[in-house]
Design a binder for this molecule. Sequence first.
Ligand code: ADP
Ligand code: MG
Length: 539
Amino acid sequence: MTKTSDILPEDISRMIGRDAQRNNILAAKLVSDVVKTTLGPRGMDKMLVSPNNDIIVTNDGVTILSEMQIEHPAAKMMVEIAKTQESEVGDGTTSSVMLAGKLLENAEKLLDSKIHPTTITKGYRLAEEKAQKILNEISLEISPENEEVLKQVAMTAMTGKGAEDSKEKFSEIVVRAVKSIYDKGRIDLKDIKIEKVKGDGIQNSELVSGIVLDKEKISQEMPKKIDEAKIALIDFPLELKNPEIDTKVSINSPDQLQRFIEEEEHAIRGIVEKVLVSGANVIFCQKGIDDFANYLLAKEGVYACRRVSRSDMQKLSKATGGKIVSNLNELSSYDLGDAQIVEEIKASDETFTHIKGCKNPKAVTILIHGGSDHVLDEIERAFMDGLGDVSSVLKTKLVVPGGGAIEMELSKRLKEYAKTLEGREQLAVQEFANSLEFIPSTLAENAGLDPIDVLTELKAKHESGETNAGLNLFTNKVENVLGAKIIEPYKIKSQALSSATEVATMILRIDDVIASKPDKRGNMNKMDFGKGFDIGGLS
Ligand code: ADP
Ligand code: MG
């Protein structure tokens, strides 16, 4: 009889049936366990050390998982959920990975009692569909004008992220930033620039209604500060030679040299004058500005920066209302942007140009201060969570109670739904409902509370109709969390439900893992999967 090993190359490893399932589920559970301890405002941080000793201290699910260089294929699928959650909502990464892990862990129980994987995946899909319906029904609609709720959403996102003492101020910054770039229902978070400055405490972080560039003015002779700035945004060079092309000019006499220099200067003077005729007193140039142009601009009291990146030019344009001009002859006063102040500011050992006091800016900057790179990075991640959540609420206008309240309510209603089903899918729907309780129980556990007590109390309250009962970790009590202003975007939860279910069912359907290993020279062998993975890579 022919065995599979006879038809596959030697160095292909294969795992079939329950072994494959068990191994994949274990891997997924391990991933979920890694991030579990960081969940919630009392979650702990992790220190990640890279091979070249770079250190990241973080509480952020997706950052931890992306930095861990996970090898196992099923575990990698789990990491993908965190990434999807991050790109779709910008927050809720830990919860979504934990939910997927728990769905798989509970599926294992069903597999052990001989329930077929397709029955489980069917039940999970039914449960997810129902959960989405319920979620939609019970989420609360808010008006985009309600800044108080938006601030509460930002604060819930940033609680426990190293921003504790300043979270009032930070949530105010987040809401003002998102609101200023909010444009007829459209929000592009790229229009919010985050610039980090070492030195000063984090409480000095601020919102600049304009742009902060990490650039200095090109000449010491230029003014340090311009009031009532008229800003030209140009993407042509203020120089003659194209530095990429070597030109050769033969000059045979001092006279000729003199004439050559004069002609060059004349040409540059012409360009600079044309720019100045527009009325600009500040120039941001995407290309180079040569020494002579620099000298002329300084003499006229103009503030100029060169080699500004394309993305910064676009932000400057949105913030100041100026137009990026590519053709010298097209530049006119109509193209100029406005800002109350353009100023060079030194902060510790770096120099920045602040363009601030823009009227109605469609791009703004959050300037984060902090004592070290680690602090700055973690505060930036906290801001990103807040920004993601507030913009998501502005888009959907729907919020849900946090602190595990929504998960408990969904769980309760799914259990009722399960009873209406016939057949074994019912058991899977029940396990789905049980999995949701993992969020409140972990919030309790991470805060040093007894998860069983907390779950019991939560269940009792939800049974008696208290839809918004959750664990308030400001008071460590089970109570109406809306009253405690613990509010989250609807989208975090709906995205987590769908991506966790998707990956859990995908992993459950796998009962055969065929993996190719790199050969001794590091090349892939014949069964090249694009990347060599190893089912033993879980060690
Ligand atoms: P994620 O990566 O999933 O966003 P977080 O560490 O940000 O993980 O934790 C989010 C969880 O913390 C949510 O379930 C949220 O409701 C909960 N949470 C936030 N603030 C509080 C609070 N003050 N009390 C109780 N739970 C809170
Ligand atoms: Mg979060």
